[in-house]
Design a protein around this ligand. Structure first.
Ligand code: MG
Ligand code: MG
Length: 249
């Protein structure tokens, strides 16, 4: 069942989302050659705690850190580490969740480390734009499959691999609620969107194969061909004629 949130709940989800957005604002400045993913994690955790929230991911299913930091061929769920030092030419996806007064915000963004190749610039741009192609479909009365198809068709048209093993999701008092939101599919299928549904839409797009595997740590998910991967995510609320982004300032 997909919950409809009240305006009171949406206000709390918006504050959680604002805290996540503050972290991403800081990451824009902090992502650079020489910084470790542990340092980035710790900066985000401090911002989240300083705003009266808690990191949604820490302890979730046993995840050890406040944020996910996924470098190059890591698709999602990269575990921050002092040993993972960013170098010029890397790309990194940072996925951040904050829980404020019991409500979650969830947003991922991909960043270039120093100068990156044109090929990697295209991967970031197409993944970013695929998120917004999907969001353009969101409004009361649309099918969820309209969103999925718009994302998948756009990314596939560039020859990129659309990850199928992980999805977006509803967000509320739980980090992951119904429905799962696939990044591929058919328009005109799936649940019908209603005002007040809160959704995290999050394309994960690979430069090569769509196939992924999970490393022995049980979290780190990498592309099977070691091609690079990008990830963008916003938590939004469905409105009558469109959507409102909650994970923004
Ligand atoms: Mg996320
Ligand atoms: Mg998510």
């Amino acid at each position: 069942m997909i919950e409809i949130k009240s305006e009171r709940e949406i206000a709390l989800l918006k504050e959680a989302g604002r805290i996540v957005a503050l972290c991403h604002e800081e990451m824009k400045k902090q992502v650079r050659p020489g910084v470790s993913t542990q340092e980035l994690n710790d900066i985000c955790e401090q911002i989240i705690l300083a705003h009266g929230a808690t990191p949604s991911f820490k302890g979730y299913g046993g995840f050890p850190s406040a944020v996910c930091a996924s470098v190059n061929d890591v698709v999602i769920h990269g575990i921050p580490s002092k040993k993972t030092i960013l170098r010029a030419g890397d790309i990194i996806a940072i996925d951040i969740g904050a829980c404020y007064k019991g409500y979650h915000g969830d947003s991922a963004w991909s960043y270039a480390v120093g100068q990156i190749s044109e090929k990697d610039q295209l991967l970031l741009k197409v993944t970013h734009d695929s998120l917004f192609k999907g969001l353009e479909q969101v409004k009361e009365g649309a099918h969820l499959g309209d969103v999925s198809a718009a994302i998948g068709n756009y990314a596939t048209s560039f020859g990129f691999g659309v990850v199928e093993d992980f999805t977006g999701h509803g967000v509320g008092q739980k980090l992951h609620e119904d429905p799962p939101i696939f990044n591929f599919g058919e328009a005109g299928t799936g649940p019908i969107l209603k005002e007040g549904m809160v959704l995290a839409i999050e394309p994960m797009i690979n430069a090569g194969t769509k196939r992924v595997r999970v490393l022995k740590d049980g979290w780190t998910t990498v592309t099977k061909d070691n091609s690079k991967s990008a990830h963008y995510e916003h938590t939004i609320v469905v409105r009558k004629n469109g959507y409102e982004i909650l994970t923004t300032l």
